[in-house]
Design a binder for this molecule. Structure first.
Ligand SMILES: [Zn+2]
Ligand SMILES: [Zn+2]
Length: 240
């Protein structure tokens, strides 16, 4: 095994650390966010689960970790099971309990050529890749609130990319964690479970949000202008 760590961490702001897995194929290289709060920390999304995320994160054992999955796709839930307090949307509750390929799309990763650029463990075999089940302990829906003592996050149900896609909106500070509902890149609407009409509704809704920074499920953080640009591009593409 290589001596360099599997995960990479980058401090994005005083409270937000972005973690990624540089050796994972770029299609599946998703953002993991560790958001520090006064009473609790948030961890948003969980990578591929090829090494332990919990062991990598700089965790303060005196505070609970609220683990929030933006949706049940394989590139966001790999290490979800490592955390005790698991939040996800009701529409995908069953999928979190069983992690079926049809909902997680893990079979796409299993058969992806060069799915990783180096082996995460000595026994690595892509064909045997699977996800651990991670039943939700906290089922959320539109309007649910998750509080860290430093900030309050309202759950937005943002379907289209997947039935149970959610965003977390900190209204006071204008911060949105958007999962794969929107990110700085080409949006994916042609997977099993995608609904284009719902995705278009989600785009309209996002454009109405008064946010100053958007942390997406993939890619770099976006300004409100950048997010609106991505949404408009998608709307224009669909209108053709
Ligand atoms: Zn996704
Ligand atoms: Zn993704």
């Amino acid at each position: 095994m290589s001596a360099s760590p599997w995960f990479e961490a980058e401090q994005l702001s005083e409270h937000v650390v972005r973690v990624s897995e540089p050796s994972v194929h770029r299609f599946y290289r998703a953002n993991i966010y560790h958001v520090k709060g006064h009473d609790a920390d948030l961890v948003i999304d969980f990578g591929m689960g090829l090494q332990s995320l919990g062991r990598f994160l700089d965790i303060d054992a005196t505070k609970p970790i609220l683990a929030v999955a933006t949706h049940v796709h394989v590139d966001h839930v790999g290490s979800f099971h490592e955390f005790d307090n698991r939040f996800g949307h009701a529409a995908e509750e069953g999928a979190f309990s069983t992690m079926p390929d049809l909902a997680t799309l893990a079979h796409y990763f299993r058969t992806q050529p060069e799915c990783v650029s180096r082996a995460p463990t000595s026994a690595w075999d892509a064909a045997k890749f699977g996800l651990n089940v991670a039943p939700l302990t906290n089922v959320v829906t539109e309007g649910s609130v998750i509080d860290t003592g430093s900030a309050s996050y309202r759950v937005l149900h943002l379907p289209g990319h997947s039935p149970g896609s959610i965003g977390l909106l900190d209204e006071r500070n204008g911060i949105l964690f958007s999962g794969d509902a929107i990110y700085d890149g080409a949006l994916v609407d042609d997977l099993p479970g995608c609904e284009i009409d719902e995705y278009l509704d989600t785009m309209s809704r996002l454009q109405e949000l008064d946010v100053s920074i958007v942390y997406g499920g993939h890619g770099a953080p976006m300004s409100r202008e950048r997010m609106n640009h991505v949404a408009e591009n998608y709307q224009r593409k669909m209108a053709r």
